[in-house]
Design a protein around this ligand. Structure first.
Ligand code: HEM
Length: 504
């Protein structure tokens, strides 16, 4: 009897506990298997509560995304940790993100991150969505005014390319890390575009700035910052979280930009043609003040963080592409010989101009292959649909987060045979002509694609061809350095050494 009396409450308690557990398990199963359908999103890998598909996340994410594309279709939903609709198919990107550009104009702004970095949605990547059209239009116009696409800027790029070559030629038989001089050249160009000022070639500002970027980016792209966007309550722990370190680095980096702005302000004359982006911005501020229309979005913070964006977006990206060019040359001696031969025969010793691309098919194929294989941004910036739309039969509501992951196209074996294999020849036809490949879009697609594409393409062509015209790259020992890609917020190659012999 005694045993019986003891057992009864245990059974009742267990039943009482079991019912909510069963309900919880059913709810979890519903969530796991059905949340995309409930929210009207395209299917995708089943997410876990709170962390979504974060367990599958790695910076080299295209392989995982391609396997999900094969399973779920040309568009699918991924939770990182919030839901986003991934488009990594060339035709779908063209039909929707390009043709329907206004629907994909807004970005999903990382509001917490931007608050930490710049005290609000300022700059040129994550500006407030209501000011996108105005600021982007202004930036495109001003960058054109200060020389994008002009012979004067090309002259300046050629000058810095020659400076790099001159320094390499002095290295003799010593192993060379190409990074330092390329950094100085690219840093000088972006400094000129931003401020209209000239730096010493080896200015410590450039190395400091790169160090700040290298210290801040892994923290900014780390899991803590990702969770901060979904759980802003974590801001309560700023003083002990990675936020504290990010803020400290950004303060130091911004101090350099503020000093440069002060220098520009001292010599600024609104009657002159602007020399750099900051002068164009100051001119717009003055125009607004004079006409009494109010400063609107043309205020100091927007000017400062636009300068920060130009630096952040235009510096390491270009350096990474030029470094991988040198590394591929050393690893592919036949390819190097072909580029050298073409440049020797077509250009000889005269100065190379951007226009020469048309008469250098193999060199153009080399660079197109570099753009396909490097994919500087492993995960593209997120867009936010501005109105309801339909993609592949799925109704996508206004305000849905979309990831236009163009790099998936570059690494899809259905698009490019053996995508991991570096092969400029794939862009050359039977007649030896260059085939321009519309599926290769390293600067992204649609109305928020890279603002610096014109400058970046010119810089990379002029510098790379000047390097090959003047230098031969070979391994330090018999075996060339490995092509080891370091993944992070941006992709780059691990440090490597080469020998550089003058060719003339
Ligand atoms: C090889 C060099 C470069 C590559 C591969 C590259 C690539 C990209 C990509 C993929 C994006 C994202 C577009 C999107 O959100 O869909 C972007 C955005 C941007 N890039 Fe570049 N970029 C390079 C150089 C530059 C340069 C030199 C500048 C400036 C002088 C620049 C300024 C920007 C800006 C301002 C944005 C934001 C545009 C917007 O959100 O409207 N980039 N870039």
């Amino acid at each position: 009897m005694a045993v019986h009396r003891l057992d009864q409450p245990i059974i009742i308690i267990s039943l009482r506990m079991l019912i909510p557990i069963i309900f919880l398990l059913i709810a979890l199963a519903f969530y796991h298997l059905g949340i995309n359908r409930i929210l009207g999103l395209p299917p995708g890998p089943p997410p876990l509560p709170l962390i979504g598909n974060m367990l599958s996340f790695k910076w080299d994410i295209d392989k995982v995304l391609l396997s999900w594309k094969a399973k779920y279709g040309r568009i699918f939903t991924v939770w990182l940790p919030f839901p986003m609709v991934v488009i990594g198919d060339h035709k779908v990107l063209q039909e929707h993100v390009v043709k329907n550009g206004d629907v994909f104009l807004a970005k999903k702004n990382p509001e917490q991150l931007m608050d930490v970095v710049s005290g609000g949605l300022y700059g040129l990547v994550f500006e407030d969505n209501s000011m996108v059209k105005e600021q982007r239009k202004f930036a495109l116009r001003s960058l054109h005014e200060i020389g994008f696409g002009s012979a004067a800027l090309e002259d300046s790029v050629h000058h810095y390319a020659q400076e790099v070559v001159a320094r390499w030629k002095k290295c003799g038989d010593e192993p060379v890390d190409v990074t330092g001089n390329i950094l100085s050249a690219v840093g000088n160009i972006i400094w000129r575009v931003t401020f209209g000022l000239t730096l010493e070639f080896d200015s410590p500002i450039i190395t400091k700035f790169r160090q700040y970027q290298q210290d801040a980016l892994p923290l900014m792209a780390g899991p803590f910052m990702m969770f901060l966007e979904t759980f802003p309550i974590l801001r309560k722990f700023d003083s002990i979280s990675p936020v504290k370190k990010v803020k400290a680095i950004m303060d130091e980096s911004n101090a350099i930009l503020k000093e440069a702005i002060k220098t520009v302000e001292k010599s600024f004359n609104p009657d002159n043609q602007p020399n750099g982006y900051i002068e164009a911005f100051l001119a717009e501020m003055k125009k607004r003040e004079d006409s009494g229309m109010g400063q609107g979005n043309f205020h100091y913070d927007q000017m400062l963080y636009s300068a920060a964006t130009l630096w952040g977006a235009g510096f390491d990206t270009t350096v990474s592409v030029l470094r991988i060019c040198c590394l591929q040359l050393v690893n592919n001696p036949d390819v190097q010989r072909k580029v050298q031969k073409e440049i020797d025969e077509v250009i000889g010793e005269r100065r190379i101009l951007q226009d020469d691309q048309k008469i250098l098919p193999y060199t153009s194929a080399f660079l197109q292959e570099i753009y396909r294989i490097i994919d500087v941004l492993p995960v593209n910036f997120l867009r936010l649909t501005t109105q309801d739309t339909e993609i592949e039969g799925f109704k996508i509501r206004a305000g849905t987060t979309v990831l236009p992951q163009f790099s998936m196209v570059h690494s899809d074996p259905k698009e490019f045979e053996r995508p991991e294999y570096f092969c400029p020849e794939r862009h050359i036809n039977e007649e030896g002509q260059f085939i321009k490949e519309p599926r290769i879009t390293p600067f992204s697609v649609g109305k928020r694609s890279c603002l610096g594409e014109t400058l970046a393409r010119m810089e990379i062509f002029v510098m790379f061809t000047t390097f090959v015209q003047n230098c031969h790259f070979s391994p330090v020992n018999k075996v060339p350095p490995a092509i080891e890609i370091l993944h992070g917020f941006t992709r780059t190659t691990a440090p490597f050494l080469v020998k550089i012999q003058p060719r003339n």
